[in-house]
Each structure stands twice: as structure tokens, then as C-alpha cells.
Design a protein. Structure first.
Length: 234
């Protein structure tokens, strides 16, 4: 999430609009991109380690309200400290907390037959998708995701509200549909944020890192949910 809260694109309403992305990136944009990828790699390793420990120790899931409170509270802290050295600490606090909340989910999947394969498939698909979407977003003639940010804002808010409804009213079919929505929305978010960096629209690598991390987290969790459902485990 960024200053305008989202960077997303409406999948399926692409049209023919294209964006010209220069082959040679501006040095400032290239520096932001490099810093973003370095910090993203560190946060993914850190978050993954926390998730592994949480899963190994079978730590309890903190609950939806505490998870949302912790997430939005730490996200607010990141935005407050985005131009400070303490912003890096806030980023690791946020990604560490999200890694902890992922641990119980991984533990549940690993406990069922074929669960390890589902986790590996979701992880691999997330990695390949990120690489492919990032590469495409920087190509000359790539889709201009700025035109669809409004659709993605609405999509994310709608998916979030539907997800809450599915949780509180115990509607597994709706929860599955929401996971499908998030896969598309997070793909759009990755493309949008990448183009914002290479075109100079995003100059703060801390915010860019958080946006990409959240997109990857939700993409992985949504893919895992879909794999579990179609694998007959949910």
C-alpha cells in the first residue's frame, strides 16, 4: 500500500492502452528499484524464518481482530516513519508480525496429506508470478496500469469486505471466490508498483517494499487456499 493506499489494476478490463517504459532506466529510479529489491529480499527471508519457527512451535493463530489490528497498526507506523531510519525497523516489525500470522496456516497445511506439496506449489507459483509480472511491467509497450488503479481500489475494498463476510458468516464458497479475486488483484498490485518505481512515481523504497511484500503475502496465502480447496483439504 502506498500514499494513495493501493496500486492495483483491474484484470480483464485491459483495453489497448499501453505505456512506454524506457529501456534505460533513470539512475534515480534504478537506485530506488535496487534498494526496494534488496529490502524486499531481506524482509522475505526474515518473515519466512519467523513463519517457519511459528509453524514448528505450533504457535496459536492470534485471531482475526488481533491480526487486523496488528497489521494496520504497524502499517500506520511504517507510513509515519517512512522518511526515517526507524522506518526500516517498522518494516521488519510489520513483516515479522505477518510471518508469525502465516505460521499457524502453514502448520495446518503441513499436517494434512499432501500439504507440503501444496505449500511448495503455492510458494513456487508466487515466485514465478512475481518474476514474470515484474519483468513484463518494465517492458516497452507494457499495459499502463495507472488507468486501472481506480478499479483496483474498488476491487481490493470489495474483496476485503467480502472476506470479512465469509469469515463471520462461515461461507466457504465465498471465501474461495475472494481468494480468486485476491490472486488477480495482487498481480495487478505487483505490476502497478513496479511501473511506479521505474517511471519515477514512487521514490520511497520503504513504501515500495511494503507494497510488494503485502502483494506477495496475499498472493501466496490466496494460492494456498485455492490449492487446498481444489485438493479436497478444505
Amino acid at each position: 500500500m502506498k500514499r494513495d493506499e493501493v496500486k492495483v489494476m483491474a484484470i480483464g478490463a485491459a483495453g489497448d492502452e499501453r505505456v512506454e517504459v524506457p529501456q534505460a532506466l533513470d539512475p534515480a529510479a534504478l537506485r530506488v528499484l535496487g534498494n526496494t529489491y534488496r529490502l524486499l529480499a531481506l524482509t522475505l527471508v526474515f518473515s519466512g524464518a519467523i513463519a517457519a519457527v511459528s509453524a514448528a512451535l505450533r504457535l496459536p493463530y492470534p485471531g482475526l481482530l488481533l491480526t487486523l489490528g496488528g497489521y494496520f497498526g504497524l502499517l500506520f507506523l511504517v507510513y509515519r516513519l517512512q522518511n526515517s531510519a526507524y522506518g526500516l525497523l517498522a518494516v521488519f516489525a510489520l513483516t515479522g508480525f505477518m510471518g508469525y500470522t502465516l505460521g499457524p496456516l502453514l502448520s495446518a497445511y503441513l499436517a494434512v496429506p499432501g500439504g507440503a506439496g501444496m505449500v511448495a506449489t503455492a510458494l513456487g507459483t508466487t515466485g514465478v508470478s512475481f518474476a514474470g509480472l515484474s519483468w513484463y511491467a518494465t517492458r516497452e509497450g507494457a499495459l499502463d496500469t495507472r488507468r486501472f488503479s481506480g478499479f483496483l481500489v474498488v476491487g481490493i475494498i470489495t474483496a476485503f469486505c467480502l472476506g470479512l463476510a465469509a469469515y463471520f458468516f462461515a461461507m466457504p464458497a465465498l471465501a474461495l471466490a475472494v481468494s480468486g479475486m485476491f490472486v488477480l488483484l495482487m498481480a495487478g498490485m505487483i505490476m502497478f508498483q513496479t511501473q511506479e518505481i521505474v517511471r519515477g512515481g514512487e521514490t520511497n523504497y520503504i513504501l515500495a517494499t511494503v507494497t510488494l511484500y503485502v502483494a506477495l503475502y496475499n498472493l501466496f496465502a490466496s494460492l494456498l487456499h485455492l490449492l487446498g480447496a481444489f485438493g479436497g483439504e478444505e
